[in-house]
Design a binder for this molecule. Structure first.
Ligand code: IDP
Ligand code: MG
Length: 149
């Protein structure tokens, strides 16, 4: 089963959208196997976004992601990475499909509410960066037979 890392970014937390954003993933059928709230350190932010180092938006991005607490989740499901990215919507909220989180709640790329891993490999690596193995759970959901075939 595939896993992806989701972050409800500071604007999602400050705008009281934690519940509505989590609901989108829950309704989709993705299983939450880890979840916590934290204030991101400068070091963790730079590690997480290392691939963007040197780009014009890198320093503002670090400032943004460390500006208030975040909620971070590990989600599990078949093709969880792709499913979650479709639920999140395109990077630029103006281009995101209506019905996606960014398409329904966002206006600007630097305030796009949610992070989702972009590949199964990065999903696993990002979950390992943000969670200790002891913070992840394994459980059966009774509804799974109505979500997964
Ligand atoms: P993603 O979050 O949709 O995977 P990435 O290209 O990986 O998008 O960029 C990471 C994050 O960096 C974006 O979610 C957004 O917050 C920020 N970002 C990306 N491109 C820009 C930009 O052109 N201006 C400002 N911020 C940007
Ligand atoms: Mg990305």
């Amino acid at each position: 089963m595939e896993r992806t890392l989701i972050i409800i970014k500071p604007d999602g937390v400050e705008r009281n959208l934690i519940g509505p954003i989590i609901t989108r993933f829950e309704q989709r059928g993705l299983k939450i196997v880890g979840m916590k709230m934290l204030q991101v350190s400068d070091q963790l932010a730079r590690q997480h976004y290392a691939v963007h180092e040197g780009k014009s938006f890198f320093e503002p991005l670090i400032e943004y992601i460390t500006s208030a607490p975040v909620v971070v989740m590990a989600l599990e499901g078949p093709q969880a990475v792709q499913a979650a990215r479709n639920t999140i919507g395109a990077t630029k909220p103006v281009e995101a499909t209506a019905g996606s989180i960014r398409g329904d709640f966002g206006m600007m790329v630097g305030r796009n509410l949610v992070h989702g891993s972009d590949s199964p490999e990065n999903g696993a690596a990002e979950i390992a960066l943000w969670f200790d193995e002891s913070e992840l759970v394994s459980y059966e959901r009774v509804v799974d037979r109505w979500i997964l075939e």
